[in-house]
Design a protein around this ligand. Structure first.
Ligand SMILES: NC(=O)c1ccc[n+]([C@@H]2O[C@H](COP(=O)([O-])OP(=O)(O)OC[C@H]3O[C@@H](n4cnc5c(N)ncnc54)[C@H](OP(=O)(O)O)[C@@H]3O)[C@@H](O)[C@H]2O)c1
Length: 251
């Protein structure tokens, strides 16, 4: 299945690296498209319409505000369309791209290393073989969960924003280690492995976060003190506020 990318920014690059196959692509900055095409062994084309003509599936990797403008160029030619646009539900996508299979996905940056969390918006069947091929294409990139369209933006607040949150948490931990004398590189190696190891542990234990916390935090012990400090510092409230901020309509 020939992939065509509309827009060659951060997420297009992460997807292309994850797929690790030649892509067709276009971007207002020709150099950006050329660089991505070169990296994948694919081809940078001079317009979105050219990409749409030659791709089996067009992946919309531009910003949500550009939906209408891009659709004017792409819709007349596209065989199938997969969107990763935030805050752009299926009905809006189908209005912009009538009469062809349209899919809504939400990726996350670790698709680049095929360890992404991805969401697909549930929909009625369209063209069976295209439905299957597009689903499998995105499923290559990590863990793909299907959710009702109305929940995709909430999921985005968890997993698409998540890598930035996790990076911030890691940075804060590394800084705390550095403040107490550990070299930054060593602190970063320890914190990163802790994140990866804990993720694997949680996966194997059915995501039972409480059990993992209890096994680390003995009663009256040091970790219990650390957890209390995090709670006092408003960690839970901060994540809840972050979700509200993500879902708040843009001013
Ligand atoms: N980054 C993430 O982690 C993430 C996660 C999930 C979903 N998404 C979604 O992915 C999309 C891209 O996000 P991003 O972070 O990759 O943004 P980005 O780095 O700004 O990439 C967007 C690219 O689209 C280009 N573009 C602008 N107008 C275009 C047009 N008319 N035709 C073709 N390309 C055009 C931009 O060029 P200019 O810069 O020159 O305008 C830019 O290169 C967004 O819709 C976002 O909601 C992102």
């Amino acid at each position: 299945m020939q992939i065509g990318l509309i827009g060659c920014g951060n997420m297009a690059r992460a997807l292309a690296r994850g797929w690790a196959r030649p892509v067709l692509c276009a971007d207002p900055l020709a150099e950006r498209a050329k660089a991505l095409a070169q990296e994948t062994g694919g081809e940078a084309l001079s317009s979105n319409a050219e990409v749409a003509k030659r791709a089996d599936v067009v992946v919309l990797c531009h910003k949500p505000a550009q939906l209408r403008g891009v659709a004017e160029e792409v819709a007349p030619h596209a065989k199938a369309v997969a969107s990763i646009l935030a805050a752009t539900p299926l009905p809006a996508l189908k209005a912009a791209y009538p009469d062809r299979p349209v899919y809504r996905f939400m990726p996350s940056l670790p698709v680049e290393v095929r360890q992404g969390a991805l969401v697909q918006a549930a929909d009625a069947p369209q063209v069976a073989e295209v439905d299957k091929a597009v689903h499998e294409l995105f499923a290559e990139l990590g863990t793909l969960v299907t959710l009702p369209d109305a929940q995709v933006d909430v999921a985005m607040g968890l997993m698409s924003c998540g890598p930035a949150y996790v990076a911030l948490v890691a940075e804060a931990q590394v800084d705390a280690g550095v403040r107490h004398g550990i070299a930054a590189a060593q602190a970063a190696a320890l914190v990163t492995q802790t994140l990866a190891g804990t993720a694997e542990l949680l996966r194997r234990r059915d995501y039972d976060t409480l059990a993992v916390r209890r096994e680390v935090a003995s009663p009256g012990g040091l970790t219990a003190r650390g957890l209390d400090a995090l709670e006092q510092g408003g960690l839970r409230g901060a994540f809840s506020d972050a979700m509200d901020a993500v879902l708040r309509p843009a001013p």
